[in-house]
Design a protein around this ligand. Structure first.
Ligand code: ADP
Ligand code: MG
Length: 319
């Protein structure tokens, strides 16, 4: 029997549902709309974008709105078909022989049974046979588990895969047959304004912090953290720069350093050095320097810092 994935049959209209989902996500209106349209149509999707571009945030918001679980799986060489589907508890099998009771479901079976989203990050890193298992499950909307039987997917089961376009591991392995079964939503880095709003919210600084709108130090930290993080993405010696996660952490570390050093004024003399310390901690492990460039993350960060704080200090000055 051929089972088609089903459209989401929410009672209320999709537009209202979209507004509630959008309230949980900063910006990303277009990406959210496209992803929502695809999953509401009963389709599986590939989210193609670098880390930190709101992929998980968007999926969490959709599944919370639909009231269904989101199962997160990292695609890597260890993701065997047995890990995805599940396995029989070996100790119990020795005692009781194989039965459906001693089967430990993997995320694919769980997502099917509960009608959830199965989110496989970096699908291109998963082994070939795991991808084939997944393709079968997507096509049939069911899996056959030896000694357990056939597991049918609930109507809201979806497969969502992600892929980082900067990744050079196994991207060729995402074969034509995989691409042919997935709808592709491309997600790029957020704009400056969106990143500042995300950092404000997640780091609890500026208008999002305890001090409220009147937090000039927090505002300066947010602006600087986003600017230098964006700088890592365009520096000629960097293969892949940092995501907004680096900006969030840099901002939080800078705020704590300011407290430790008793610095409350964004134009205080010690601020540039303080910020340099914070960005070294928050960003140096997050940038991948081009091997041919013969430089170091620290040196790259120093250059980005000099661009903002020495060469163009007016760009960083508040107001
Ligand atoms: N649009 C957004 N709204 C609110 N927070 C966001 C948004 N995008 C990213 N974040 C925050 O940034 C971090 C990374 O986002 P995430 O959605 O996990 O990225 P991805 O899954 O693409 O790697 C998380 O801490 C998340 O809270
Ligand atoms: Mg993610």
């Amino acid at each position: 029997m051929l089972t088609e994935p089903q459209k989401h049959t929410g009672a209320e209209n999709l537009g209202e549902s979209r507004s509630r989902i959008a309230a949980r996500v900063i910006g990303r209106e277009r990406e959210l709309e496209l992803a929502l349209a695809a999953v509401a149509a009963g389709r599986d999707i590939l989210l193609e974008g670098p880390p930190g571009t709101s992929k998980t945030t968007i999926l969490k918001a959709i599944t919370e709105e639909w009231g269904i679980p989101l199962f997160l799986v990292e695609g890597n060489a260890d993701l065997t078909p047995a890990k995805l589907v599940g396995h029989h508890n070996p100790a119990r099998v020795l005692r009781e022989d194989y039965s459906s009771e001693n089967f430990v479901p993997g995320p694919l079976v769980e997502a099917m049974q509960e009608g959830g989203f199965l989110y496989i990050e970096e699908l291109n890193r998963a082994p070939e046979d795991t991808m084939n298992t997944l393709l079968m499950a997507m096509g049939d909307r069911a899996v056959s588990v030896p000694r357990v039987g056939r597991v049918e997917a609930g109507p809201t089961f979806r497969v969502v895969a992600s892929m980082n376009p900067f990744d050079n591991v196994g991207t060729a392995r995402l074969s034509q047959s995989v691409h042919d079964r997935l709808n592709r939503v491309v997600i790029g880095y957020q704009g400056t304004d969106e990143e500042e709003r995300i950092v404000r919210l997640r780091a609890g600084l500026g208008a999002s912090g305890a001090a409220g709108a009147d937090d000039p130090l927090g505002e300066r930290i947010v602006g600087d953290a986003v600017a230098v993080t964006r700088g890592t993405r365009t520096h000629p010696d960097v293969r892949q720069g940092s995501s907004v996660r680096g900006a969030i952490d840099t901002a939080m570390i800078a705020a704590q350093l300011a407290a430790l050093r008793g610095l409350t004024d964004p134009v205080a003399e010690g601020y540039p050095e303080l910020f340099h310390d914070a960005m070294t901690v928050g960003l140096s492990g997050r940038i991948h320097v081009d091997e041919a460039a013969e430089t170091t993350p620290e040196r790259v960060l120093r250059e980005i810092w000099e661009d903002r704080f020495v060469l163009e200090p007016h760009a960083a000055a508040p107001g």
